[in-house]
Design a protein around this ligand. Structure first.
Ligand SMILES: Cc1cc2nc3c(=O)[nH]c(=O)nc-3n(C[C@H](O)[C@H](O)[C@H](O)COP(=O)(O)OP(=O)(O)OC[C@H]3O[C@@H](n4cnc5c(N)ncnc54)[C@H](O)[C@@H]3O)c2cc1C
Ligand code: FES
Ligand code: FES
Length: 511
């Protein structure tokens, strides 16, 4: 690993197919700032500067195995040095060699999917990412792909309709004219494969194998590649800020205007991005993005699909990590209640010394963690699924998509017939930290799962929590919701009434 005092390397990447190599980009310069202000590429727009509106969406392309991986991200909160070694595609780079519009753009134009057009480059890029990753996406998949894109003029119906027609426009392009950008996912024609090979070759000219130091002398950006290098940097540079996906830290820069002297990125540490199944136990690297953790978690715990689909939006999940969520320690972080309910532990490292700590013991106080100086989260371990596990985790927020929880409740029971052999219950939004509901658990454990036990457990929540009122919800509402989530659990698991409140198309009346 290069010593911190050595001169920084240039950030090198492909921008809409052209190689860019640039020195002196401060560690916290955003990708959007670099594109618009430094490189004069105004096609990518700024709306909120906090990852919420999607106007700034761009697509990152990296090599993955023998192929290419496409990820939509919010350029307003990504730090520019994170582009090093990657390709970035913007709405301006999609037009075809013939000068015609890309099928995604053509579909939006033909379907009247744009009025003022301010949001449109972002919609185009989210749809482009979908086009490159899901052959013939369904309406539901299109809606999910657009969960992070706001449009205030057009309305979503024409946009979603347009998206459904983009694949037909792709099929209408003569096979010999299709290339890496115009070919939809699954198109393996010879012209497409040749174009992809050229793209991958160009990517390899900017890729780096070794760790790098980027940034400027006053704002360094360290990108270690191994856990050992990360551990050394973390211990040697206590003032530097660890960054994974930057979806929390990015806002400290764009919204809070905080000064960050130096950044240590964990995003290139390949060992920390792995997800392993160790005889039924899940072992997730702290730098694995939520988009990758999602299918692994759902393979073990299908009950968590909706919770994970409601985690930010695709561009957020394509950058955000579970490690960042846990280390950030927000009382309304969505991964922690369910991980606590599942009995997850954290592998914490400081230099060569490693310890394992239950997640439930990681938060001594509001936004405080048990991390010692120089220590970081290396991995998250979730024990194997226990027989008879009944698992539910629900997020209650004002909107279905892209919203912060008012309350998030997670319940993991081991049922032996109608008896609750063990119960782990955890909530976010009910206390200063994500927290287990011990009194509630005591009221449940060993009891028959019936209405009397349910009501005793609901009452016990009063002993567990004294929630606050804030702009998201009042204390009374939070109390009510926490109890009602437990009642919903009862209706679903003891009465067999699946209550899908969040995506309900109709209501089930329970007498
Ligand atoms: C628009 C938007 C929507 C969001 N929606 C949700 C949501 O639905 N649910 C939710 O829970 N959160 C949400 N978030 C918050 C955020 O996306 C998550 O907390 C995310 O998981 C953070 O991960 P990250 O990799 O981006 O962390 P970063 O921003 O990179 O880091 C966050 C913190 O963790 C520290 N850190 C990172 N990695 C490590 C490590 N390995 N060891 C020690 N410290 C580390 C950093 O120093 C920093 O303090 C949203 C954010 C935005 C902007
Ligand atoms: S500008 Fe709104 S998400 Fe980036
Ligand atoms: S077309 Fe104006 S905001 Fe979408």
């Amino acid at each position: 690993m290069t010593e911190p005092r050595e001169p920084a390397a240039s950030v090198r990447f492909l921008l809409d197919g052209e190689r860019v190599e640039r020195e002196g980009i401060p560690a916290t310069r955003t990708v959007l700032g670099l594109l618009r202000d430094d490189l004069g590429r105004p096609a990518t727009k700024e709306g909120c500067a906090e990852g919420d509106c999607g106007a700034c969406t761009v697509v990152l392309v990296e090599r993955e195995g023998a192929g290419l991986r496409y990820r939509a991200v919010n350029s307003c909160i990504q730090f520019a040095p994170s582009l090093d070694g990657k390709a970035v595609i913007t709405a301006a780079g999609l037009k075809r060699a013939t000068g015609a519009l890309h099928p995604v753009q053509q579909a939006l134009a033909d379907g009247h999917g744009s009025q003022c057009g301010f949001c449109t480059p972002g919609f185009v890029m989210s749809l482009f990412a979908l086009y490159k990753t899901r052959p013939g996406a369904t309406r539901g998949e299109i809606e999910d792909a657009l969960a992070g894109n706001l449009c205030r003029c057009t309305g979503y119906r024409p946009i979603v309709d347009a998206a459904q027609s983009m694949y037909a426009l792709a099929a209408a392009i003569p096979a010999e004219e299709r290339d890496v950008l115009t070919a939809a996912a699954g198109d393996a024609g010879s012209a497409v494969r040749a174009s992809e090979a050229r793209f991958a070759e160009a990517l390899s000219t900017v890729a780096r194998k070794a760790s790098s130091v980027l940034g400027t002398p006053s704002e360094r950006y360290f990108a270690p590649r191994t856990v050992a290098e990360l551990a050394r940097l973390r211990a040697d540079l206590p003032q530097a800020r660890l960054v994974a996906g930057g979806t929390d830290v990015g806002l400290w820069v764009t919204k809070q205007h905080r000064d960050i002297d130096a950044v240590i990125s964990v995003a290139e540490v390949s060992d920390m991005k792995t997800i392993r199944d160790d005889r039924g136990a899940l072992d997730i690297g702290a730098a694995a993005i939520v988009a990758d953790a999602h299918p692994a978690l759902v393979a073990h715990f299908p009950e968590l699909d909706e919770l994970l689909r409601r985690y930010g939006s695709p561009p957020i999940r394509n950058a955000a990590t579970l490690g960042g969520n846990i280390a950030n320690g927000s009382p309304v972080g969505d991964s922690m209640p369910v991980l606590i309910a599942l009995g997850a532990t954290l592998v914490l490292r400081r230099r060569d010394s490693v310890r394992e700590l239950p997640l439930e013991d990681f938060y001594p106080a509001y936004r405080n963690t048990a991390l010692a100086a120089g220590e970081f989260v290396e991995r998250i371990r979730i024990p194997p699924r226990v027989p008879g596990l009944v698992l539910r985790a629900w997020k209650v927020a004002k909107r279905f998509d892209q919203d912060i929880s008012a309350v998030c409740g997670a319940f993991a029971f081991a049922l032996a017939g109608t008896r609750i052999a063990s119960a782990r219950v955890a909530f976010g939004g009910m206390a200063a930290t994500p927290k287990r509901a011990r009194a509630c658990e005591d009221a449940l454990t060993g009891e028959t799962w019936d209405e009397a036990t349910l009501e005793r457990a609901v009452a016990a929540l009063e002993d567990d929590f004294a929630p606050l009122s804030d702009l998201r919800a009042s204390a009374a509402y939070r109390r009510k919701v926490a109890g009602n989530l437990l009642r919903r659990l009862f209706l679903e698991t003891a009465r067999g009434l699946p209550v899908s409140a969040t995506r309900a198309t109709g209501f089930v009346l329970v007498e």
